[in-house]
Design a binder for this molecule. Structure first.
Ligand code: KIV
Ligand code: ZN
Length: 514
């Protein structure tokens, strides 16, 4: 079976999802998990975008040992030099150059003729090859580029020294037949094509990113680019977990495989969702909460008789384990530790003790504590952002005929205790107004969402918010059996992250790929 290389761009194209802005620690944590998942290549960012991006790419390059680390670059010497610097310390560095080739981009964005595009790309690839053994070239918007010109561009890239030519359907415009045909045409017509790897990079604007990528594989693509959970610009990119599971489930059809460690899929999905703040829809293929849930009586009956009647993938293949051991307030440290091991957590004694204390606190408020509760509890905080403001207490008064009112007590980093009261047009609004007074920060609430982590009236509620301050935005996450407390925690988490960003020079919120 043919090996398909997996190029993960969660940290670059995925980070271009609206509202997502990962800091260096978060990028490194995701990269290390991607390494465990076994992706072959990790695109860590766009170093020329800002010093902060460059530093994050460098941190990833130094941390990851078992995957090639890639930096994105426009076809300009300055960008290429920025990638060189950012990839110092990488075991297996690679540069990803791009230049748009479609008539629309040539005319309106670049204002360049075909010849000028060929020349600029040729120059950039040759310059990059002086410093990199591995150079990937992407004709941006290849999907809407004239096929004969795309063949010319690919031939030029091979001659100039590219080792991978990536075909992006930048705007998610094509259907599987058309996208597959590009690969077949390039394979059949471009001299020297056998010397390089061909790659596919699809966007999901019409919901066809996975189908298009699979069509590329059927027509000779060696590499698939995508992101975890399919995050990315607009409607997102190809979801890597879908490609891996399509190939693993239908080897008879695709005759191709990835070398991913499939058992790490669920964990990677959760981590990316948590750190990007992008919830995974319940019905998302492979990693959605309902992907393995059977609701109808007929299906349940079939499942009980023989799982394969309605299940084409066993959940444990992607690392989802249904543990039967339910804990409660009488459970001891030993049972708790066994549970953690069973769920795949490797914690040292101190972390187990810390988690056990949190578990006891939760078990006091909740009758039974299941896997989802424990997972949410252990993964609660978004990386160790310095806690400038911590919630001490919260008091809310609500009646459907009175004005909601909240009092919060906040502890500042210097130990000062600040108590503030405020009204609002709802309980959450009152809490947020009181927190604003206590933190003395002016922020704008851009997004608020709430979901239940487990089932039952006493389920843990998880709140996610996005706050904006000047041009910076930050997400926050809060967890509690009470949704008002979870709302307050999420808000303060985001305020703390805005502080952290202000104190980290060189951060940027938006990058331009023009
Ligand atoms: O979608 C796209 O065209 C890209 C390029 C930078 C490869 O992300
Ligand atoms: Zn893209």
């Amino acid at each position: 079976m043919r090996k398909i290389y997996i190029f993960d761009t969660s940290l670059r194209d995925g980070e271009q999802s609206p509202g997502v802005n990962l800091n260096t620690k978060e990028k490194v944590e995701i990269a290390l998990q991607l390494e465990k998942l076994g992706v072959d290549r990790i695109e860590a960012g766009f170093p020329a975008a800002s010093p902060g991006d460059s530093a994050a790419v460098n941190a990833v390059a130094r941390a990851v040992k078992n995957a090639s680390i890639i930096g994105l670059s426009r076809s300009r010497e300055g960008d290429i030099d920025a990638v060189r610097e950012a990839l110092i310390g990488a075991q297996d560095p690679c540069i990803h150059l791009f230049l748009a080739t479609s008539p629309i981009h040539r005319k309106h964005k670049l204002r360049m003729e075909k010849e000028q595009v060929l020349e600029a790309a040729d120059r950039a690839i040759r310059y990059a090859r002086r410093y990199f053994d591995k150079v990937e070239f992407s004709p941006e918007d290849a999907g809407r580029t004239e096929l004969d010109f795309l063949c010319e561009v690919t031939e030029m890239a091979i001659k100039a020294g590219a080792t991978v030519v990536n075909i992006p359907d930048t705007v998610g415009y094509l259907n599987p037949q058309e996208f597959g045909n590009i690969f077949k045409t390039l394979k059949d017509n471009v001299p020297g094509i056998e010397k390089i790897q061909l790659s596919a990079h699809c966007h999901d604007d019409l919901g066809m990113a996975t189908a298009n990528s699979l069509a590329a594989i059927l027509n000779g693509a060696d590499q698939i680019e995508g992101t975890i959970n399919g995050i990315g610009e607009r409607a997102g990119n190809t979801a890597i977990e879908e490609i891996a599971m399509a190939l693993a489930t239908r080897p008879d059809y695709f005759n191709a495989h990835t070398t991913l460690n499939l058992k790490e899929i669920a964990k990677t999905s959760r981590l990316v969702s948590k750190l990007t703040g992008m919830p995974v829809p319940g019905n998302k293929a492979i990693v959605g909460a309902n992907a393995f849930a059977h609701e109808s009586g007929i299906h349940q009956d079939g499942m009980l008789k023989e799982k394969t009647t309605y299940e084409i993938i066993s959940p444990d293949v992607i690392g989802l384990k249904d543990s039967k051991l339910v804990l409660g307030k009488h459970s001891g440290r030993h049972a708790f530790r066994e549970k953690l091991i069973d769920m795949g957590y490797e914690l040292d004694d101190e972390s187990v003790n810390h988690a056990f204390a949190k578990f006891k606190d939760l078990a006091d408020r909740k009758k039974t504590v299941g896997d989802e509760d424990i997972r949410a509890m252990l993964e609660e905080r978004l990386i160790d952002t310095p806690e400038v403001f911590a919630l001490e207490t919260i008091q809310v008064s609500y009646g459907n005929r009175s004005t909601p009112n909240a009092t919060v007590v906040i502890r500042a980093a210097d130990g000062e205790i600040r108590e503030e009261t405020a009204d609002g047009n709802g309980s959450v609004d009152a809490i947020y107004n009181a927190i604003d007074k206590a933190t003395r920060e002016t922020v704008e609430l851009e997004d608020y969402s709430i979901k239940s982590v487990s089932q039952g009236k006493d389920a843990l509620g998880e709140v996610h918010v996005v706050l904006k301050q000047n041009e910076q935005s930050a997400q926050g996450r809060g967890l509690s059996t009470d949704i008002l407390e979870a709302s307050a925690r999420a808000y303060l988490d985001a305020v703390n992250r805005l502080h952290d960003k202000r104190n980290t020079p060189g951060r940027r919120d938006n990058i331009s790929l023009i």
